[in-house]
Write a protein that binds this ligand. Structure first.
Ligand SMILES: Cc1ncc(COP(=O)(O)O)c(C=O)c1O
Length: 499
């Protein structure tokens, strides 16, 4: 077996905890991780599909399909007659930014990528590209446990929808989404989130990212100011930047977004907040701050975008009520997603708009997005109305709560003085807060060598003053992985702080 086959065989074995992934997907993920972690360096030649299939004991077509997927996403470059090589991701990103120098782009050069001129906006947007990421890996923050998804049940519900052969479900959907789903969401939000909502206010979107983009397009012009939390969810800041808004990062403390006099002297069009569980710090916005923010929005004629992305995961006490429920002036647009409770690829979310905005949002959703996906929405409706959603949430909440507790126990035993763990009892990740002297980015990279994916807290900040820490997800990890990797993570942090 060649060293590369050997390396891929080891990487493949490490994806074994999720046997529901197809072999092709596992090989693709394993190779992607190895490339990302530079265990397979730029320019390395991969074995031929025939050799690799033989070495791994899998079908050649599986290898070919995985290679094709890697090539399509730019991880490898296939050159006819010469073989498949690992691409130079840095050079590729640099080329995409329009600043790459030819000598850097070793492999890209070999494949002679045609030079392209991106728009000014395109150059700007790709200049801070995060690069391809390994989506599912132990401790990756934000990932739910896909393996707990009720596949068979979903398949049954989906089959039922298709058996009905309804023509109307094959259309784009003109009225803001599948009406019965909007009804089910309305009831859920009223009861579980104290949102003040009528069914007409609910738009079904392709997730929060699309909800945010619609808000940015319809409510703000290029050059307008958006107040965002600092640290901030990158998905939100990217959308606002793409729409050429000026970002004003607002400090977040234990009570959420904290406005000072300088902030108050500016005039935002949009205010983006995650009040139930600030992303990424976990802070819950206090009642006083909620009232203040609503008041400021009225005075400044601004819109508040409330991103309630993971409120289902509150492990102790009652779920927190949404900020929107306190709004008596129709300044809040409330958004939620099924990405965390079900699975990210479902691409279904919802946006609740104030009544005066219904016609504009409904027509823009249709004209700009051509929504569709009504059969998925119909399946989801049945999933909710037949009670499976509640059962599923209850089950995963219990599982994730236990995993969170286990991770906390593993870490508390090992973390030295000066290192603390975030205390809030919700979400899919916890934050290990580090002393300012620790370089959290370098630490996250060192941790990646153990095949653990944690994120550095400092990278979520927009202003120069940052807090240091690591975001550690626990939902996607089995208890065995948490025990094993938690021990290793604790040890590496302790060594780093002592150094
Ligand atoms: C703060 C926040 N909002 C929203 C989302 C999900 O958005 P979407 O519905 O686009 O998947 C995420 C996912 O990681 C998130 O972290």
């Amino acid at each position: 077996m060649s060293p590369t086959s050997d390396l891929l065989a080891t990487a493949l074995a490490q994806t074994g905890a999720h046997p529901r992934l197809s072999q092709q997907r596992r090989l693709y993920e394993a190779a992607k991780a190895a490339i990302h972690q530079q265990r397979l360096g730029a320019g390395s030649k991969l074995p031929s599909s025939r050799d690799l299939a033989r070495d791994l004991g899998i079908a050649r077509n599986t290898v070919i399909a995985a290679f094709e997927q890697l090539a399509a996403e730019g991880y490898v470059i296939t050159s006819k007659g010469s073989g498949t090589y690992v691409a130079d991701l840095q050079a590729h990103n640099a080329l995409m930014r329009g600043v790459g120098s030819a000598p850097q782009a070793r492999v890209a050069q070999r494949a002679a990528l045609p030079s392209v001129r991106l728009s000014r906006r395109g150059q700007e947007l790709t200049s801070y590209a995060a690069g391809p990421q390994f989506e599912i890996q132990p401790f990756a923050p934000g990932d739910p446990d896909f393996s707990s998804f009720p596949f068979k049940l979903w398949q049954r519900l989906q089959n039922r929808v298709w058996r009905e052969a309804r023509n109307d479900l094959l259309d784009y959907g003109q009225s803001g989404g599948h009406q019965p789903l909007r009804q089910a969401i309305t009831e859920y939000l009223r009861i579980s989130r104290s949102v003040k909502v009528e069914v007409e206010q609910v738009m079904i979107t392709a997730g929060t990212q699309q909800s945010l983009d619609l808000c940015a397009q319809l409510l703000a012009d290029a050059g307008d100011t958006a107040w965002v939390e600092d640290p901030c969810y990158w998905g939100a800041s990217r959308v606002f930047q793409a729409r050429e808004l000026k970002l004003r990062p607002i400090t977040v403390d234990h009570d959420g977004m904290k406005l000072d006099d300088k902030d108050l002297a500016t005039k935002p069009r949009l205010i983006y907040v995650t009040p139930s569980h600030q992303y990424p710090t976990g802070a819950v916005m206090s009642l006083a701050r909620r009232r203040e923010l609503l008041d400021v929005a009225v005075r400044k004629d601004a819109w508040i975008l409330e991103d309630d992305y993971d409120s289902e995961f509150r492990y102790t006490g009652r779920p927190l009520a949404a900020l929107q429920g306190l709004d008596n002036d129709d300044r809040v647009l409330y958004m939620g997603t099924f990405s965390k409770v079900l699975y990210p690829g479902i691409k279904v979310g919802y946006l609740v708009v104030p009544p005066a905005l219904i016609p504009a949002f409904r027509s823009a959703l249709y004209d700009l997005q051509r929504p569709g996906q009504l059969t998925v929405q119909a399946t989801l409706t049945d999933f909710i109305t037949l009670g499976h959603f509640t059962t599923h949430v209850r089950k995963i909440r219990q599982t994730y709560g236990a995993r969170r507790e286990l991770l906390r126990r593993m870490l508390v035993l090992r973390l030295p003085a000066g290192v603390t763990i975030s205390k809030e009892e919700s979400g899919l990740h916890l934050v290990i807060e580090l002393p300012d002297s620790v370089d959290d980015v370098a630490l996250a990279q060192r941790v990646a060598a153990l095949d653990i994916s944690v994120k550095a807290l400092s990278t979520y900040y927009l202003k120069p003053q940052v807090r240091r820490g690591l975001l550690v997800g626990y939902a996607y990890c089995t208890p065995e992985q948490i025990t094993d990797y938690g021990r290793q993570l604790g040890a590496i942090i302790a060594a780093e702080v002592a150094a």
